[in-house]
Design a binder for this molecule. Structure first.
Ligand code: SF4
Ligand code: SF4
Length: 419
């Protein structure tokens, strides 16, 4: 059977995709589940979700570039009703996200989530890859790096030494494989577990010119700038380098860590840098405990504490607030306990002359919503791994039982914020 893909990205290994011709009829259970749950965001816009405080963003990962997983994750979470899908600022990755969204819309008529690309202004944990030479590893290593990796991004097996093979010598066993670069998202969990200190982090910065071109695509809606907030000159350099491409966006997000007392002043500085060219909405992503949502219940505390801290500040710059970093299925409960979930109020900036069409309306939620990364990928990733082990590289909609299982997982998370 010939397969047709609506996107043009090149890295999806199409020749390996196996389709199940009976799948279309079996998708009725998926359609029925989406209609039964009736998630509000299926019909309401991402902007309305931000204003109401039930915006949900899926973070594919600023460095995660496995287009097969990204396409299937995007499909599942579009059906689950997310408002935005945040991905690496890479053409093939953006195409994979949009292909997943279009495939979801073909199954059930629903509105399209915004597509956001993430970049950095300086070294940042989200923009690095693990690297090591497996042939340097002792053959008898118990390979804790493989076990600890949450992205299944390290794969090792015994093989023959490349050097000895090229010399035609009889070969001795070595480890082969190593880090699967496109799956590594830089979480860093493998670094401390290596007993021989073999793993290093390779940091990188997204190219500003390529980003400026990418955000002019009509299937990219939003940009996120990761910054430490400590060196606003680097933020300005990136912002200026993006030039007029900013005018193509619906939303600009700034993702920043909690730097205590200096957080608000750096937010104000960054807002004043952005303001002259800002013609769209803006959002502050409060990165509590980066890349840790899959670890456990407690991981979400720091992002909630960050939101509590900022919600109380009077002189913060305009823009929606959104949690990230450690967010998981317990985050909404934590926000409810702090009286911050879907708590609408007259914004403290209502008399601020900076409140213009580019800012949220004066009546909006104190916290606009939540972004889920590692936790969201983990719960659906289990199904994707099972799909892959049974059927190889596959489109999840071709296997409706897997899609139904993945969708139930996704709804259990997205539903905490939406329902
Ligand atoms: S940094 Fe994280 S994602 Fe990358 S290989 Fe190590 S454990 Fe896996
Ligand atoms: S734990 Fe370290 S030495 Fe062992 S296989 Fe992994 S990278 Fe190599």
């Amino acid at each position: 059977m010939a397969l047709s893909f609506s996107c043009s990205f090149t890295s999806f290994p199409r020749h390996q995709v196996r389709a199940n011709p009976k799948s279309n009829k079996c998708l009725d259970n998926v359609r029925s589940l989406v209609r039964t749950v009736a998630i509000p965001s299926v019909t309401s816009s991402p902007l309305e979700s931000l204003q109401k405080g039930n915006w949900v963003k899926l973070i594919c990962g600023a460095s995660f570039e496995d287009v097969v997983d990204i396409r299937n994750l995007s499909l599942v979470y579009t059906l689950a009703g997310v408002d935005c899908i945040d991905c690496a600022a890479d053409e093939a990755v953006v195409s994979a996200v949009n292909d997943g969204i279009e495939a979801a819309k073909e199954i059930v008529g629903l509105r399209r989530p915004w597509v956001m690309v993430s970049v950095n202004d300086d070294e940042d944990l989200h923009f690095r890859k693990a690297e090591f030479d497996p042939e340097d590893c002792p053959l008898d290593c118990s390979r804790p790096c493989e076990v600890v990796c949450p992205a299944s991004a390290i794969a090792l097996k015994e093989g023959n030494s490349s050097a000895e093979v090229s010399l035609g010598n009889s070969t001795s066993g070595v480890l082969k494989g190593g880090v699967i670069t496109e799956r590594c998202y830089g979480c860093g969990r493998c670094f401390p577990v290596c007993p021989y200190d073999k793993i290093r982090a390779v940091a990188y910065k997204r190219d500003t010119t390529a980003t400026a071109e990418l955000i002019t695509r009509n299937d990219v809606d939003a940009l996120e700038i990761h910054t430490s907030g400590r060196q606003t000159s680097l933020f300005k350099e990136l912002w200026d380098g993006l030039g007029d491409s900013i005018s193509y966006l619906r939303l600009v997000a700034v993702s920043l860590p909690n730097t205590g007392d200096s957080t608000i002043s750096s937010m104000n500085t960054m807002y004043s840098i952005m303001q002259p060219k800002l013609r769209c909405f803006n959002l502050w992503q409060l990165d509590g405990r980066p890349m840790s949502g899959d670890i456990g219940r407690g991981a979400t505390r720091e992002s909630i504490a960050f939101a509590v801290q900022l919600a109380a500040v009077k002189d913060k710059p305009p823009g929606f607030l959104q949690l990230a970093g450690g967010t998981n299925v317990h985050t909404v409960d934590g926000l409810k306990k702090m009286g911050l979930f879907r708590m609408t109020s007259i914004t403290n900036n209502s008399n601020d002359e900076r409140m213009t069409a580019t800012s949220p309306s004066s009546l909006h939620a104190l916290v606009g919503g939540i972004a889920y990364g590692g936790y969201a990928r983990k719960i659906v990733g289990r199904v994707l791994r099972s799909l892959q082990s049974q059927h190889g590289v596959a489109r999840i909609e071709d296997y409706p039982d897997h899609l139904l299982e993945a969708l139930r997982e996704a709804l259990a998370l997205v539903g905490t914020a939406k329902c």
